[in-house]
Design a protein around this ligand. Sequence first.
Ligand code: UD1
Length: 371
Amino acid sequence: MTFDSNASKPLSVVLAGGGTAGHISPLLAIADAIKDKRPDAAILTVGTPSGMETRLIPAAGYELATIDRVPFPRRPSVDLLKLPGRLSGAVRQARRILEEAQADVLVGVGGYVCTPMYLAARKLGIPIVIHEANMKAGLANRVGARFSNYVAVAFAGTRLRGARHVGMPMRRAISGLDRAKAAPAAKSLLGLDPERPALIVTGGSSGALSINRSIAAALPALAAAGVQTLHITGNGKSVLNDDGELLAADGYRQVEYVDGMESVYAAADVLLARAGAGTVSEAAAVGVPAVFVPLPIGNGEQALNAAPLVNAGGALLVDDKDLSPEWLESELIPLLSDHGRLREMARKSEALGIRNADQRMADLVLEAVNA
Ligand SMILES: CC(=O)N[C@H]1[C@@H](OP(=O)(O)OP(=O)(O)OC[C@H]2O[C@@H](n3ccc(=O)[nH]c3=O)[C@H](O)[C@@H]2O)O[C@H](CO)[C@@H](O)[C@@H]1O
């Protein structure tokens, strides 16, 4: 049996991260798993005022505190000159939050908010637990890992000091999904015909303009092949026709964002997606056959995220520049009716996926508290 070092007060856990849903989903999954193991735990999350956390975290029932966003410019600029002042201001805000919460542990999942939180926790002597979602670790977590003994990664190949491979924490509705069972209800929920093959397209939480354009151009071919398409276009990224109206076609539906991606993973016969760490890990865990189109900009993390799953035969990879209507017609449409191949992809994908990373992270947090 283990005891908290400060057993007189309830366990106080502060979780930091945000920006896109890719950071918020694992943060919420870790929070849920901690609450399961320690219902008495007080949970506070910390993000910035401009990220998607301002909507997603309160909607999930958790309290959110915010600190100023401190961007790290990669080239000489005015922002670079302002960095030291901004960072020390944010560290002061972070310190106040940790002190007021009487935090026993800080959990960081990456993103702008994490660097000041890690620095403040280090000054206060609060143990830090880190989760890195991407194959190529982000800057904040590389900094944080220098002063944490509890570093976890979603992908086995990620190089980060002292990292343990736990997988990607995901919400219970996704990790507990039985695709075959859930598919008919999920298709109806999303307005799809259960009898027709369904392609679901997502550019991650912020959408992907190049994918949106290619899908719009391939719509006549998709419709002619009897494929129905649900297109998740990303926040503020609707696809319009030449008259400036929402693009509409037989068997085609667009939405900006879906709350509850489990219905998407259940309903999709094929998922065409950006290769954010969250989407890749969730698709693998539930065994949805996927085509990944990695983000061509950034630090190249998305192609690396998709590589293990693609190499294992669970998914296909297509470069952003090659995602043409012709490719969709010659490769994707035949795949949608090749049930044997789709079953094989699903099997190989599921074999690689990890469904209990949320539990493993909660255990790591409790280990850090009890150390
Ligand atoms: C964890 C992470 O670092 N992710 C990457 C990703 O973030 P991004 O947030 O775009 O994408 P991810 O694939 O990592 O995660 C998306 C998350 O949002 C959820 N979802 C998505 C769409 C939707 O309509 N509804 C919904 O709930 C998914 O279930 C998943 O949990 O793209 C960025 C580029 O912009 C990369 O730099 C980031 O490295």
